[in-house]
Write a protein that binds this ligand. Structure first.
Ligand code: ADP
Length: 262
């Protein structure tokens, strides 16, 4: 069991908004499409495999992809006016996608985002959790600000690809978390290399090592790198993320990232 103690913050404040978790971790990125939700889900599954009780809250209003990645088709029900998270593959899952039609959310301004995130956090019956992992919307400070006001967050993980332009966005995301005083747990490099499944040769499609260099430059911990993996992409498309850790080649870098985070 991975003990949720390393970055613990006072639990009383969590209790005030009805969340009982030993540790709350936000996963963010400077822009969309870098694999933020994939890494958030893989951290959640890594912790589940280690015997922890884990909630996964998909706060990405602009592209709530967690239900799709996990193959969740149901909608949460309410008991005593509290939303019951969907139990999916051993995780307790809530998503903005359950609450708002996608075409409405894209035009939301800060106060609406604030209301929706507060509601999802407060009105959900999370039960006792060891970890709550929050998949953030990319590139906006609004939700980070809301969370920093509502919760004693343990910290944030920033996901980026090794490309120079993606790194620039990641630097902005890091600055944003620092500004709202959410501790930075570190940086994950996703899609770092591609290993040819036929011949085993490695190809640095988006470059490699950029996130690690940038993290060092900024004095941020580097939490690990996940290669481009066709099977990972297929699992996401097919809603089969729950089996991420079944394949040892895919599992090794993801588990290293999970260990880095906790
Ligand atoms: P974000 O949350 O940053 O928008 P997602 O996690 O939804 O990004 O990922 C975007 C797409 O890239 C998805 O189709 C996902 O399956 C795929 N993907 C993410 N990481 C990898 C990876 N390491 N290898 C292959 N495909 C990946």
């Amino acid at each position: 069991v991975v003990e949720a103690t390393t970055h613990d913050r006072p639990a009383e404040k969590l209790g005030q908004i009805g969340v009982t978790a030993k540790s709350v971790i936000a996963v963010g990125s400077g822009k969309g499409g870098v694999g933020k939700s994939t890494i958030a889900a893989s951290i959640a599954f890594g912790l589940r495999n280690a015997g922890c009780k884990v909630g996964l809250m998909d706060a990405d209003v602009y592209g709530p992809s967690v239900p799709h990645l996990l193959g969740v088709n149901e909608r949460p029900t309410a008991i005593d006016q509290r939303l019951q998270p969907i139990e999916a593959a051993g995780l307790r899952v809530m998503s903005m996608g359950f609450m708002v039609p996608a075409e409405e959310a894209v035009v939301w301004r800060g106060p609406m985002l604030h209301g929706a995130v507060t509601q999802m956090l407060r009105d959900t019956d999370w039960g006792d959790l060891d970890y709550l992992i929050i998949d953030m919307p990319p590139g906006t400070g609004d939700v980070a600000l809301t969370l920093s006001q509502l919760l004693p967050l343990t910290g944030a993980v920033v996901v980026c690809t090794p490309q120079d332009v993606a790194l620039l966005d990641a630097v902005k995301a890091i600055a944003m978390f620092r500004k709202v005083k959410i501790p930075l747990l570190g940086v994950v490099e996703n899609m770092s290399t591609f290993v040819c499944p036929d011949c085993g040769s490695q190809h640095a499609i988006f470059g490699t090592g950029g996130a690690q260099r940038k993290a060092k430059e900024l004095g941020a911990p580097f939490l690990g790198a996940a290669p481009i993996n066709v099977d990972l992409r297929k699992r996401g498309d097919d809603g089969q993320m729950a089996g991420l850790y079944d394949d040892p080649a895919m599992a090794a870098p993801l588990m290293e990232i999970t260990r880095g985070v906790v």
